[in-house]
Design a protein around this ligand. Structure first.
Ligand code: PGA
Length: 250
């Protein structure tokens, strides 16, 4: 049985206004009160402040879904790690496949953002994962290893032990087609091996690895019960109160 504390993070994507966020978090609080897991909601930038206020006095932590790697300056439309830290943000999702696909995120910018996140005391949730074509071509292991190594260039062992890595096969995101627990465990194991190769067993056993991609109330327990899966990054189901509460407490 793993000693790592499970971390369940809802990725709201571009959903919910500040007032909807406040209402949702207030309703979620009592439902996750006795959860042994770390419970995180990654809300849109515009809802961070109200979400943090609503989450006060609870175990729910608020995350951002992205950040810029520079500290400040002429980067119109961007948000820095310092701005997030100052608001009370604890985690930041970095390198989600939607950002890689639609917003030009690369392994290099992911690595810069991971450095910046640690620089501001934020814990990164680093996303990796293959497309269906890459899986069919037998490239999953190689690609995921590469993405993990590229994201962690220059990151210290102390830092890596605080990082969260989310394995999110692109073909499972928002499709309703969840990876089987065996498929998810296989790749999460590869990710832990990669961290072990880079930093040694001690740090590899500390890093938390999530599975993400069509996690639902009825498949979460099986997925999170696997040896190398320490929780989930949950999109669609994190917008539904009862579903997310079930997932966050399993
Ligand atoms: P999904 O999204 O749960 O809706 O598949 C997961 C994610 O993109 O993090």
């Amino acid at each position: 049985m793993s000693k790592r504390k499970r971390i369940i993070a809802g990725n709201w994507k571009m959903n919910k206004t500040p007032s909807e966020a406040s209402k949702f978090i207030k309703s979620l609080k009592p439902l996750v009160k006795s959860s042994r897991n770390e419970v995180v909601c990654a809300v849109p930038f515009t809802a961070i402040q109200t979400a943090i206020t609503a989450a006060r006095g609870s175990r729910i932590k608020i995350a951002a879904q992205n950040m810029h790697f520079e500290e400040k300056g002429a980067y119109t439309g961007e948000i820095s790690g310092e701005m997030l830290r100052d608001m009370g943000v604890k985690y930041v999702i970095i390198g989600h496949s939607e950002r890689r696909q639609y917003f030009g995120e690369t392994d290099e910018t992911v690595n810069k953002k991971v450095h910046a996140a640690f620089g501001y005391g934020l814990k990164p949730i680093i996303c990796v994962g293959e497309s269906l074509a890459q899986r069919d071509a037998g490239l999953t292991a190689e690609l995921v290893r590469y993405q993990v190594k590229a994201a962690l260039v220059g990151i210290t062992a102390q830092q890596v032990s605080k990082a969260v890595i989310a394995y999110e096969p692109i073909w499972a995101i928002g499709t309703g087609r969840t990876a089987t627990s065996a498929q998810a465990e296989e790749v999460c194991g590869i990710i832990r091996d990669t961290v072990k190769e880079l930093y040694g067993r001690q740090y590899a056993s500390a890093v938390r690895i999530q599975y993400g991609g069509s996690v639902k109330a009825d498949n979460a327990a099986e997925l999170f019960g696997m040896e190398d899966i320490d929780g989930g990054l949950v999109g669609g189901a994190s917008l539904k109160l009862q579903d997310f509460a079930t997932i966050a407490t399993c």
